[in-house]
Design a protein around this ligand. Structure first.
Ligand code: DX5
Ligand code: ZN
Length: 214
């Protein structure tokens, strides 16, 4: 079963409560929250106070994607409200220690790779992950075009998980729409992040159903 994790990055934050209710009734599986620090990525978004407020307004699991430098500094803070907590392989932490710490705090652990990072770089970390996130755009902005090189990485990760007997969620993030979602699923993704495609729609529920039916 494919899970949908809408990214609220391009949402209207003052209308978010109503939009979350619509997404809940449309049957989304989690909410994807993009945290950007203006250092690891050339953009700023929001931090834990906003995530805390969102948590109080929904029962949906929160899928928090940290695009921040040296993320180990903030793991304990974000673990208070996150259900899935992901950080970048490239961001300059002891990645194994950070993944272990996330699990210790009772949160599902995930590592993210940018388009320039090969899948094999994280093979040895897979036993510490509940989910892996493959970026299909350069992190930092919503509304970009899907990069097809993500597909080969998803297949390689799926194969490696099978080889190791690991049951890990494979998430893909960036440029997901009705054309790219089937490609990602075919390559092995089972969690699809979609920002613009859902939030730019007149009928968000229809878009969710469209992607869910893949
Ligand atoms: C980009 C973010 C994504 C983004 C996806 O850095 O990680 O989650 O919001 O947005 P779309 O689906 O519009 O590419
Ligand atoms: Zn994201």
């Amino acid at each position: 079963m494919i899970k949908i994790s809408p990214s609220v990055l391009t949402a209207d934050f003052l209308a978010l409560d109503a939009d979350i209710k619509k997404l809940e009734s449309a049957g989304v599986d989690m909410l994807h929250l993009d945290v950007m620090d203006g250092v690891f990525v050339p953009n700023l978004s929001f931090g834990n106070p906003i995530i805390k407020s969102i948590k109080a307004h929904t029962k949906l699991p929160l899928d928090v994607h940290l695009m921040i430098d040296r993320p180990h500094r903030y793991i304990d803070e974000f673990a208070k409200y996150a259900d899935y907590l992901s950080f970048h392989y490239e961001a300059g932490s002891d990645n194994a220690a950070t993944l272990k710490r996330i699990r210790e705090l009772g949160v599902k652990s995930a590592i993210v790779i940018k388009p320039c990072t090969g899948a094999e770089k994280i093979f040895d970390l897979l036993p510490l992950c509940d989910m892996v996130l493959v970026m299909s755009v350069e992190p930092g902005f919503g509304g970009q075009k899907f990069m097809p090189q993500a597909l080969g990485k998803l297949s390689a990760l799926k194969e490696e998980c099978n080889r190791r007997g690991l049951d890990i969620l494979l998430e893909v993030d960036g440029g997901i729409n009705a054309e790219t979602a089937p490609l990602a699923v075919e390559a092995g993704a089972n969690v699809l992040v979609a920002g613009n495609y859902i939030f730019s729609a007149e009928d968000m529920a229809a878009r969710v159903k469209e992607i869910k039916s893949i």
